[in-house]
Design a protein around this ligand. Structure first.
Ligand code: ADP
Ligand code: ASP
Ligand code: MG
Length: 406
């Protein structure tokens, strides 16, 4: 019998009716003769609520306790889902992360899965029982509960599919597939029947939250057949496939955006060897990830401006670190801006076609949108712009690259 994994995201289990609806999707698979493991997220909004409490009670909290709190939402939905299944005569039981166990490293708040013991859970599935697993949760090395980073239930599902040797992993969500860009912002976004793993990886890491980046990495590495599909409508979703399986290739296949960015500028910093290291070294030591960087020298050649981006949630800590090192860095001014968005165009076709970046710059300048920072890689171009232009930029780029649905 074929095994499959079905993952239901926050909106798909957002209330009791939706949990019942999801349970019916599971029953359909069981009735088709499939062995099913279900992975559930917390009800939508729940993890944010729990996360908010941890910040309120203690801004610089112990991340081990943070995980105890934020992992709680998934405990509720997995129990409720098991009950909903039992109610429609589908044998089912819930599994918390530690009960499987899903073993992770000890990076609390963003732990990585190291292994999944499938002996017990596999046996129960073979016996005809649906296993309902709490997504997002893991078991760390010292018997502590860990969580897999926001959106991490996707990674739970893919890792479980790989460990169980599942034929397919279906990610049920509130859109019916992966689109050329976020369909909630661009009405003309087009649904893709298939997307290359690598493109999906870029899309996810550049902000398209329809799939978590780690989940795409895992699917790619373990060759898991992954489908993003609607939990509300019975229509085909989007499959992740190898690049050479896509016949009709666009140069640009998608556009992503991330509002989770903040910009820092160090003005008039000494222009001498070692300066970049002395700025970014302390940030790395503080565990702060720096993304885009530009440096420009002043006319006199003695000073420079360094501008870079970091995650919005790291802004305060970044300012603290830089202010703390002001003596050594000798900058004249430290500026920050959290009202920025990173917009990226992505496509494997860029490997062989020039002019994508140029078209992006043109399109944005036609709309009077100023580009603050640029970064490129083999298959993407990203720009940082003022947040107020997010929608305008996405819509105009979407049209300019010929992605609009008819
Ligand atoms: P879930 O709660 O099911 O995990 P998420 O909110 O994490 O769902 O992801 C689904 C959302 O991702 C959609 O509602 C949509 O707004 C957003 N999204 C962003 N970019 C895309 C894209 N390119 N294609 C589809 N959805 C996207
Ligand atoms: N509930 C977690 C979150 O909101 C995990 C997930 O939904 O994938 O980030
Ligand atoms: Mg999600």
């Amino acid at each position: 019998m074929a095994r499959i994994v079905q993952k239901f995201g926050g909106t798909s289990v957002g209330d009791l009716d939706r949990i019942r609806n999801a349970a019916r999707r599971v029953k359909q698979a069981v009735d088709r003769g499939e062995q099913v493991a279900v992975v559930v997220s917390a009800m939508s909004g729940e993890t944010n609520r729990l996360d908010g409490w941890t910040r309120e009670i203690s801004p610089l909290h112990d991340t081990r306790e943070y995980d105890v709190v934020v992992s709680a939402g998934e405990q509720v939905t997995c129990g409720l889902m098991a009950m909903a299944l039992q109610d429609i005569q589908v044998p089912a039981r819930s599994w918390l992360g530690w009960q499987v166990p899903i073993v992770t490293d000890d990076l609390h708040g963003r732990a990585r899965i190291e292994s999944i013991d499938t002996e017990m859970i596999g046996g129960r599935i073979d016996g005809g029982e649906v296993a309902v697993v709490a997504g997002f949760q893991g078991l760390g090395p010292r018997n502590r509960i860990t969580t897999l980073g926001r959106g991490g239930s996707d990674a739970s599902a893919v890792a479980l599919a790989a460990a169980l040797g599942a034929e397919r992993c279906d990610i049920f969500t509130d859109v019916d597939g992966v689109y050329t860009t976020d369909p909630r912002i661009v009405a003309k976004a087009r649904k893709l029947d298939r997307i290359a793993y690598e493109e999906m990886l870029e899309m996810a890491s550049l902000g398209a939250k329809v799939l978590q980046t780690r989940a795409v990495e895992l699917a790619m590495r373990h060759r898991v057949t992954l489908q993003v599909v609607s939990s509300f409508e019975d229509v085909p979703g989007t499959f992740l496939v190898d690049e050479d399986e896509i016949v009709e290739k666009n140069i640009v296949s998608g556009i992503a955006y991330s509002r989770d960015e903040a910009k820092i500028t160090l003005a008039h910093i000494a222009d001498r060897p070692g300066v970049a290291a002395s700025v970014f070294g302390p940030l790395a030591d503080a565990g702060i990830n720096v993304d885009m960087i530009v440096q420009s020298s002043s006319q006199d050649g003695r000073s420079a401006d360094i501008t870079f981006t970091i995650g919005k949630s790291d802004l305060n800590r970044t300012l603290e670190v830089l202010e703390g090192n002001r003596g050594a860095l000798e900058y004249r001014e430290l500026m920050s801006d959290a009202d920025v968005v990173k917009v990226s165009v992505i496509g494997v076709g860029m490997r062989t076609h020039a002019g994508v970046a140029q078209q992006m710059f043109h399109t944005l300048s036609d709309k009077g949108i100023n580009i603050q920072v640029i970064s490129t890689s083999e298959i993407k171009v990203s720009v940082l712009i003022a947040e107020e232009y997010t929608e305008l930029a996405l819509r105009s780029l979407h049209s300019a690259y010929g992605l609009d649905a008819e």
